[in-house]
Ligand binder design. Structure first.
Ligand code: NAD
Length: 376
């Protein structure tokens, strides 16, 4: 098993465990027995598989276990679910010395980490991500979040788990659709901070996305890049997200996060190309890797420029009509407006850029969001 600890936020150490054992033996590195009560918030779809196996190991602690099943869907990232969980913890006399264990993909992790961070101003948390998105991204930088009525990840806190337990075997039961979502974020981290990671991904695509030892290396490198970026600014990792979140919201979450982000990355690369920040050669090279990794490179024909731009104005990086972007000038290099951490562009400019882009018939595909969900 590989492991490392990192101060993701100052003085808040997170222990990252990377276990390649099939029987999850690395979990015994976590001292569950130190906790009187353990609250296991989990994806109910995994009840008879991973949750069962993990619980068998946690049970050895002799702690009092409480199980909280939830649906692993975007809608649970809501205030209503937060309220239910908080009252459940209160009703079960959860104290500050107890532990929350979160088992599931990004949706379960985001919600349970948010609840852990606000219940009694913070209860200790162990995250056990079960999707590639969860392992590579949602568990690695302490960003907890729930959605607003219209805006993705509107409400959140920064909160570090005690442990993140990653086991690549757990990913085996997740489908290709879910794997693609995670790969999309990993590719983004490669673009933002690691030529080595981009090389790994090129190799992973050549191996038809089936090379576990390489996937483990990819995960570790991704998390290292993510922590490095996190220290600069939590929003620096938002490459492709200004467009991507708008597509997600516009589709009413029909398009999955990773699929929305990968086509958001395409828009950002095209914008970088238009502004001559990157060369055509680099653009084509990156497009090829995205295609080889089977990432989503299109949007739905129903998408509307005005709606998308309005949603982009609500992005956390935006300021009124000035829309904030993380755009590349090269792999690992970000364009900035003077005295700012990001690049700001006027909404009118963005609108005319998108209008031009939407004329490209190959880019807009009829019923694309629906088709993507079937493409598992
Ligand atoms: N906080 C962050 O920094 C951060 C970063 C990236 C993404 N996210 C969030 O993550 C969410 C997306 O997460 P996700 O892609 O993991 O999706 P998800 O949690 O919705 O899970 C996707 C599907 O996979 C199933 N599943 C999960 N693990 C499985 C397994 N091992 N085997 C079989 N099925 C399994 C779930 O039941 C669900 O149907 C979004 O809400 C996004 O905003 C957060």
């Amino acid at each position: 098993m590989k492991k490392f600890s990192a101060n993701v936020i100052e003085n808040q150490k997170v222990n990252f465990l990377f276990d390649d054992s099939k029987n999850l033996s690395g979990l015994s590195d976590i001292e569950f027995k130190k906790f009187k009560k353990i609250f296991i918030i989990f994806d109910q779809a995994l009840k008879n598989s991973w949750v069962k196996e993990i619980s068998e190991i946690i049970k050895k602690s002799k702690s009092e276990l409480h199980f909280i099943p939830l649906k692993g869907i975007e809608n649970i990232k809501s205030l209503r679910e937060v309220e239910k969980l908080l009252y459940f913890l209160e009703g079960s006399n959860c104290s500050k010395n107890d532990l929350i264990v979160s088992i599931g993909g990004g949706t379960i992790l985001d919600l349970s980490a948010f609840v852990s961070s606000i219940y009694m101003r913070g209860v200790k948390l162990v995250m056990i991500p079960t999707t590639l998105m969860g392992q590579a991204d949602a568990s690695s930088a302490g960003k907890t979040c729930i959605n607003g009525r219209q805006t993705k990840n509107l409400v959140g806190t920064l909160f570090m788990p005690l442990y993140v337990y990653n086991n690549i075997h757990i990913l085996k039961t997740a489908d290709r659709y879910s794997h693609r979502q995670g790969l999309s974020e990993i590719f983004k981290y490669g673009l933002l901070g690691s030529k080595k990671l981009i090389r790994y991904l090129e190799q992973y695509a050549r191996d038809s996305l089936e090379n576990d030892p390489l996937l483990l290396k990819i995960l570790i490198e991704t998390i290292k890049v993510r922590i490095k970026l996190r220290k600069i600014d939590p929003l620096v990792s938002n490459l492709g997200h200004t467009f991507g979140h708008a597509f997600e919201s516009e589709s009413k979450n029909l398009v999955a996060h990773g699929d929305a982000i990968s086509v958001g990355i395409i828009c950002s690369l095209k914008l970088s190309l238009k502004k001559r920040y990157i060369s055509k050669k680099l653009y084509s090279q990156l497009m090829k890797i995205m295609r080889d990794l089977n990432l989503n490179i299109n949007i739905d024909k129903s998408s509307n420029v005005e709606r998308v731009v309005n949603l982009m104005k609500k992005d956390k990086k935006s300021d009124g009509d000035q829309i904030g972007f993380v755009l590349l000038t090269d792999i690992g290099k970000i364009a900035k407006t003077k005295n700012k951490k990001f690049l700001f562009l006027d909404a009118k400019y963005v609108s005319s850029f998108l209008t031009e882009l939407y004329k490209d018939k190959d880019f807009l595909v009829t019923n694309h969001w629906k088709q993507l969900t079937k493409n598992v």
